[in-house]
Write a protein that binds this ligand. Structure first.
Ligand code: NAP
Ligand code: GDD
Length: 320
C-alpha cells in the first residue's frame, strides 16, 4: 500500500528536499502550508502537481487536528519552526510558540487521532550552544545560547517525553547546520554565496558580516533529509546526531566562496557590529557515529564543494 507522509514546513529549505525524496520513494506527500497574503512556494514550485497542500498553522491546534484527519499520514515530519536565531532575540515569545509549544500542539493532535503514526522532530545542534564537550553526540548535555535554542530543547524533550509516556514512535534528529542553494538569504552561507555572486557580476561591492571566527559543522541539506527518513524506517525509535564531523569558521566559508570566483575577500568583506549576537555559539562539531552505524548514513557533499555549489547556483540565478 502507498505510504502517506505529512511535512510541516514544506515550503522551507528542508521541506522541499524531503518532499522530493519521499515522492521518489513512492509516498503520497502532504505538505502543510500557512496562509499568507502572497503565496511564496518557490522551493516547491517544481513539485506542486505532485503534492497535496493542506492549510494549517503550528499556532492553531485545531488546524493541526484537521490537517491530520485530511492527510491520514503514516509518517509526520515536523520541520516547521521560526528557524532564524537572531529573530529569536527580537521575537522570543513567538519563537517559543512556533518552535517550542508548536511541537506539543502537533503531538497532542497526533495522540488524539490514535493512529499508528511515526513522528520526526527537527531538533538542532543549536541546543548544544556553549558546548560542554567536543565533538557533540547524542549524550552531550545541552546548553542553549539563544531563545531559539531554548525552544528547540523544549521541542526535543517533549518529543522524548511523548515517546516514553504514550509509546509513540517519536524521534528527534539533532541536525547540525545544513545548507543548499535553497537556503534562506539571511543565513550566513547563503548570504555569502549570494553576495559573492553579486560582486562577481558587478551588482554590488561589499559584504557586511558579523563574527568570522564562529565554527560550524556544515553539511548539505539534500544529504540530511535522507537521515530524517532513515530514522523513521527503524524498528525502534531513537534520536540521532546528523553531522559531517568537520568544523570550519565563517571566515573559511568566505575565503572558499571568494576564491572560487577569483576574488580576494579582504577587498570586499566588512565586519559590522549589527550582525554580532548577544550570545554566540562559538563551536559546533558533531559526532555522527551512531547514525553511521545504525542508519548507514554518510554525508556525500563536503564543506568546500557545498560552498562552491552555492556560489555557482547564485551566479546562475542572478545571471538569468
Ligand atoms: P526554513 O527554511 O526556515 O523553513 C521553515 C518552515 O517552517 C517554512 O516552511 C515556514 O513556512 C514554516 N513555518 C514557520 N512557522 C510556521 C507556523 N507557525 N506554522 C506552520 N509553518 C510554519 O527552515 P529549514 O532550514 O528548512 O529547517 C527545517 C527545520 O529544521 C526547522 O525546524 C529548523 O529549526 C530545523 N533545523 C534546521 C537546521 C539547518 O541548518 N537548516 C539545523 C537544525 C535544525 P513559511 O514558508 O510560511 O514561512
Ligand atoms: N546569519 C548570519 N549573518 N550569521 C553570521 C553573520 C551574518 O552576517 N556573520 C557571522 N555570522 C555567524 C553567526 O554569528 C553564527 O555564528 C554563524 O555565522 C552561523 O549563523 P547562521 O547561518 O545564521 O546559522 P546558525 O548556526 O545561527 O543557525 C542555523 O543552524 C542551526 C543548527 O545549528 C539555523 O539553520 C538554525 O535553524 C539551526 O537550528
Amino acid at each position: 500500500m502507498t505510504k502517506r507522509a505529512l511535512i510541516t514546513g514544506v515550503t522551507g529549505q528542508d521541506g522541499s528536499y524531503l518532499a522530493e525524496l519521499l515522492l521518489d520513494e513512492g509516498y503520497e506527500v502532504y505538505g502543510m502550508v500557512r496562509r499568507s497574503s502572497t503565496e511564496r512556494f518557490e522551493r516547491i514550485e517544481h513539485l506542486r502537481d505532485r503534492l497535496h497542500l493542506v492549510h494549517g498553522d503550528l499556532l492553531d491546534g485545531s488546524s493541526l487536528g484537521r490537517v491530520l484527519e485530511e492527510s491520514e499520514p503514516d509518517e509526520v515530519y515536523n520541520l516547521a519552526a521560526q528557524s532564524f536565531v537572531p529573530t529569536s532575540w527580537t521575537e522570543p515569545v513567538l519563537t517559543a510558540q512556533f518552535t517550542g509549544l508548536g511541537v506539543t500542539r502537533l503531538l497532542e493532535a497526533l495522540r488524539s487521532t490514535r493512529r499508528d503514526v511515526r513522528f520526526y522532530q527537527a531538533s538542532s545542534s543549536e541546543m548544544f550552544g556553549k558546548v560542554l564537550e567536543s565533538p557533540q553526540s547524542e549524550t552531550t548535555p545541552f546548553y542553549p545560547r539563544s531563545p531559539y535554542g531554548v525552544a528547540k530543547v523544549y521541542g526535543h524533550y517533549i518529543t522524548v517525553n511523548y515517546r516514553e509516556s504514550y509509546d509513540l514512535f517519536a524521534v528527534s534528529g539533532i541536525l547540525f547546520n545544513h545548507e543548499s542553494p535553497r537556503r534562506g538569504l539571511e543565513f550566513v552561507t547563503r548570504k555569502v554565496s549570494h553576495a559573492v555572486a553579486s560582486i562577481k557580476l558587478g551588482l554590488k561591492d561589499e559584504l557586511r558580516l558579523g563574527n568570522l571566527d564562529a565554527r560550524r559543522d556544515w553539511g548539505f541539506a539534500g544529504d540530511y533529509v535522507r537521515a530524517m527518513w532513515a530514522m523513521l524506517q527503524r524498528d525502534e525509535p531513537a534520536d540521532y546526531v546528523i553531522a559531517t564531523g568537520e568544523s570550519h569558521t565563517v571566515g573559511e566559508c568566505v575565503e572558499v566562496a571568494f576564491a572560487h570566483v577569483g576574488l580576494d575577500w579582504k577587498q570586499h568583506v566588512v565586519q559590522d557590529e549589527r550582525f554580532m549576537r548577544p550570545a554566540e555559539v562559538d563551536l559546533l562539531v558533531g559526532d555522527p557515529s551512531k547514525a553511521r552505524a545504525e542508519l548507514g548514513w554518510e554525508p556525500e557533499v563536503r564543506f568546500a564543494e557545498l560552498v562552491r555549489m552555492m556560489v555557482d547556483a547564485d551566479i546562475e540565478l542572478l545571471s538569468r
